[in-house]
Design a protein around this ligand. Structure first.
Ligand code: FES
Length: 109
């Protein structure tokens, strides 16, 4: 079921975040907000990513940002961290993929 409030928050947070330069010393974690990922419910990943960043104490190391398209539209919701593209990300697999594919590559401040 659509969640208009969640979608609006997603658009506002990512649009405002994507326009600002990355904070010095932080590694950007891009969540795709392109139309294909959005149609697949990519906005549902936003609160989970915020929670995972906080849970692992990465607020000073990782900055969550929006991307307009990560060029993997046919492969499911996408994230980019450094040179890694994570495709087919879902609310169900996000935590495991965050721990195995993102966390090991975080440079702690
Ligand atoms: S819209 Fe997300 S990868 Fe293109």
């Amino acid at each position: 079921m659509p969640n208009p409030a969640g979608e609006l928050r997603f658009r506002w947070v990512l649009a405002s975040a994507s326009l600002r330069p990355v904070t010095k010393g932080k590694q950007p974690l891009y969540l795709c907000m392109g139309s294909a990922c959005h149609q697949r419910g990519g906005f549902r990943l936003l609160p989970q990513l915020e929670a995972l960043i906080a849970q692992h104490g990465l607020q000073e190391c990782v900055e969550l940002k929006g991307a307009f398209c990560l060029d993997h539209c046919l492969q499911g919701r996408s994230l980019r961290f450094e040179d890694r593209i994570l495709i087919d990300v879902s609310p169900e697999n996000l935590e495991a993929r965050f721990v195995t594919e993102i966390l090991p590559h975080v440079r702690h401040a």
